[in-house]
Design a protein around this ligand. Structure first.
Ligand code: BMA
Length: 351
């Protein structure tokens, strides 16, 4: 019997961003939104280890903001060759290329003063707070008790005022809303309960330090759903006329590992704990080689976005396979229209 040689055609060797040879997966089904809601930039991945001014392993999961001069700042999660992460700023005029990367880490873990940072700081989300004229950075501090949520403030991404840990382990995927509601700040975050899954919650605080009034706002589904058992906020909420638009990640656990995908939900502008709509299908999923293969395969993980001066064009920055940083663009109006066509109300503890 003659075996056809083309049974191997769908498997090829490639070199990943960190120089390891891995086996590329065969053809992936493509996103069937027509046209796709989030479109990958042709220059992807836009930042990788090769761009870095100092030795490191990987760069991914960056917070993002527009600075006063209209340029883009990414606060990147950089993993060193011990496996610990720190944050490093990269600035660009157009948010696509020409990145100027800080020559040294911008924000390092400080375990002497903040023991919860002993194993690194990860996954920053940036919210500009007009009342304070400061950027709030929520990030994961990796303590010996597990990952928790920490908060720091800055005016310039050069000096930082650390508030410290605001949510105990296990907790991550947190972002602050940009203003107070009835006198209280609101934090979206993702505590993990042993055996009961990982869901999205909201907490309130009068002073950014003391948090309470905890409410479950979006629950992971169960069974075979793409967002069963474990979900989390991705970038900070996007304020729109129709409500707070949330991109959240859902984690499908399979025999081959986890798949991180993105879905959409909309929350009430005045009561941001109230979910108005939630989409059933994911809108973005690993498809390209740099998303399918890396230190952690099958991951698209946005922590930040910017909005162009037209008020509609979204630049979504996402970590690809925990190895590089990539960019997808979209229209906020199209995302909202999709959610209105495909979404339905979600009430916690009912499904
Ligand atoms: C999540 C976070 C992210 C990471 C993702 C995939 O739990 O830790 O930092 O990108 O897993 O590994």
């Amino acid at each position: 019997m003659v075996l056809s040689s083309n049974i191997f055609n769908s498997v090829e060797e490639l070199i990943t961003g960190n120089g390891r040879a891995k086996t590329q997966k065969s053809v992936m089904p493509k996103n069937n939104h027509n046209p796709p809601l989030l479109r990958r930039h042709l220059k992807n991945p836009i930042l990788s280890a090769a761009d870095w001014p100092y030795p490191m392993n990987t760069v991914f999961n960056a917070g993002a903001t527009l600075l006063a001069d209209g340029s883009t700042l990414l606060l990147c999660r950089v993993e060193d060759r011990r496996g610990h992460s720190h944050l490093c700023a990269a600035r660009s005029e157009n948010g696509i290329d020409g990145w100027e990367i800080d020559p040294q880490p911008t924000l390092m873990p400080d375990p002497e003063n903040y023991p919860e940072e002993i194993w690194g700081i990860e996954d920053p989300r940036i919210t500009y707070i007009p009342d304070l004229k400061k950027y709030a950075i929520t990030y994961t501090s990796f303590s010996q008790g597990g990952p928790g949520v920490s908060l720091a403030l800055t005016e310039d991404f050069r000096s930082f005022e650390r508030i410290g840990d605001i949510m105990t382990p296990w907790d991550k995927d947190a972002a602050l809303l940009p203003r107070r509601f009835d006198g209280n700040w609101k934090l979206i975050h993702r505590p993990t309960t042993s055996g009961m899954g990982a869901h999205i919650w909201m907490a309130s605080s009068p002073d950014l330090r003391h948090w309470g009034d905890h409410r479950l706002i979006l629950e992971a589904r169960k069974g075979s759903w793409w967002d069963a058992n474990k979900i989390g906020l991705s970038p900070p909420p996007i304020e729109t006329e129709r409500g707070w638009l949330i991109l959240y990640h859902g984690v499908r656990i399979t025999a081959a590992g986890s798949i991180y995908r993105l879905g959409l939900a909309l929350f009430d502008l005045a009561d941001p704990a109230r979910c108005l709509l939630r989409g059933d299908e994911w809108v973005f999923s690993p498809e390209e080689t740099y998303e399918l293969s890396g230190d952690v395969d099958d991951v698209v993980f946005p922590c930040g976005y910017t909005i162009k001066p037209d008020g509609d064009t979204l630049y979504l920055y996402y970590g690809a396979a925990d190895t590089t940083l990539a960019l997808a663009t979209g229209s906020i109006r199209e995302l909202l229209n999709w959610l209105e066509d495909h979404g339905r109300p979600f009430v916690p503890y009912t499904e």
